[in-house]
Write a protein that binds this ligand. Structure first.
Ligand code: HGY
Ligand code: MN
Ligand code: MN
Ligand code: MN
Length: 399
């Protein structure tokens, strides 16, 4: 196996955690293009250079450490959710860095490293890798806004002088992404490794319902056009209608709501909310979209609301490459015989976009209690190191 250095890997992982650290033993606040994210990317530029890689920052701020000639590409993202865990994304970047560094030292197979920008969707869905892969045009991305109204175009201008054009994907032979599972399965089953077989698809859009703002004391219940009540009704309607369409692994989330003007004594006049749904079957995603649009229309027409749908973003479900996956399975069976499984990913990953450009595969390590997208996210140190070893063995086998 490539002589990876577990102590150096863990030390780098903890250094990356310090950028945007939310407190001792907690997660990080490091959304795309925040000061903490940029500082972390500057640090990564330095670490990649020290590892003997040539650094390239693309027009959206994804940071590449390039090996010479044709190579595998490995990595993930170093931006976080607005309240994120310390490993989501970071683990894949630092594991890739350690494998690439060990490979340079031992004259092993060339490995390039990447930290994609805005995987966590401050602007879009996995924006940095979506733009690189062509799943999202740069022009459309530039027009997307975050929840405070800042545009992607404005935000990505914060890394001036470092923006070197897009990296030609033809130089890479495949992409490997290590990640925490972010769900409960491996932890519950006492297993050390998950080898991903497929990643679910997603649809995501903003919906606005506008009624009438008025006095909460004097406006009779009858005849109110209360935006919060409209959202409640919509939420109940879709849950009822999805029941005929979904499977136990289908999920949907209204995760961000802006209620206007959001005050106790005002009947709210307007609500804008995110509607996101995920499933492994693209047809089912389409049937759910039809239900969502119909339910929103129904609520709007019957209650006298103006209805607006924002642009719908989406990624299709994808399967992992058999050869790359096989190398990970073989490495897992050698390192932790009988303590690994094949499994789908219900979280999205940069690998979905990269699969448009080259073969991809993914490796999971357990998440304690299945917690992620929360400060409490964590993984046992021994599991982090097992994942690193399995990744390094697979890279060596792939040559
Ligand atoms: O939401 C996701 O699945 C990813 O972590 N951005
Ligand atoms: Mn992630
Ligand atoms: Mn995430
Ligand atoms: Mn992810």
């Amino acid at each position: 196996m490539l002589p990876v250095n577990a102590d150096r890997f863990l030390a780098d992982l903890h250094t990356l955690r310090s950028f945007g650290a939310a407190g001792v033993g907690k997660g990080v606040v490091r959304p795309a293009y925040s000061d903490a994210d940029i500082a972390a990317r500057e640090w990564l530029v330095g670490r990649m250079g020290e590892a003997g890689l040539s650094v390239h920052v693309d027009p959206v701020g994804s940071v590449f450490g390039l090996a010479e000639g044709a190579s595998l590409l490995m990595g993930s993202h170093s931006d976080s959710q607005p309240e994120g865990g310390w490993l989501d994304g970071a683990l894949g970047v630092i594991a890739a860095l350690e494998v690439a560094r060990a490979s340079v030292e031992a004259e092993g197979p060339p490995v390039s490293v990447v930290s994609f920008q805005d995987e966590e969707g401050r602007f879009g869905v996995t924006t940095g890798s979506a733009v690189w892969s062509g799943n999202l045009s740069l022009e459309k991305a530039d027009g997307l806004t975050d929840r405070d109204g800042v545009s992607f175009a404005e935000a990505r201008a914060v890394m001036p002088g470092r923006l070197d054009g897009f990296v030609d994907p033809a130089r890479f032979t495949g992409f490997l992404e290590m990640h925490i599972e972010q769900g409960p399965v491996l932890d519950r089953e006492g297993e050390a490794i998950g080898v991903v077989d497929a990643i679910v698809g997603i649809r995501d859009m903003k919906i606005t319902l506008e009624g009438e703002q008025n006095h909460a004391g004097t406006t009779p219940m009858q005849g109110r056009r209360d935006a919060f009540q409209a959202l409640s009704r919509f939420n109940a309607l879709i849950a009822e209608r999805f029941a005929n369409v979904v499977t136990p692994s289908t999920v949907w989330t209204i995760g961000h709501v802006t209620l206007h003007p959001n005050a106790s004594s005002i009947v709210p006049g307007k609500v804008t909310f995110s509607m996101q749904w995920r499933d492994g079957d693209a047809d089912r995603l389409g049937r759910m979209e039809a239900i969502i649009r119909e339910a929103a229309e129904e609520v709007a027409v019957s209650g006298g609301f103006d209805l607006r749908f924002g642009p719908m973003l989406g990624l299709e479900p994808v399967e992992m490459d058999a050869r790359l996956r096989g190398a990970l399975e073989q490495a897992a069976e050698t390192d932790v015989p009988g303590r690994w499984r094949k499994m789908p990913s219900g979280a999205l990953h940069d690998a979905t976009n990269v699969s448009k450009l080259m073969p991809v595969a993914m490796l999971f390590v357990p998440s304690i209690g299945g917690i992620s997208h929360a400060f409490g996210e964590d993984t046992a140190e021994a599991d982090l190191v097992t994942g690193l070893r399995v990744l390094a063995s697979a890279v060596e086998a792939l040559g």
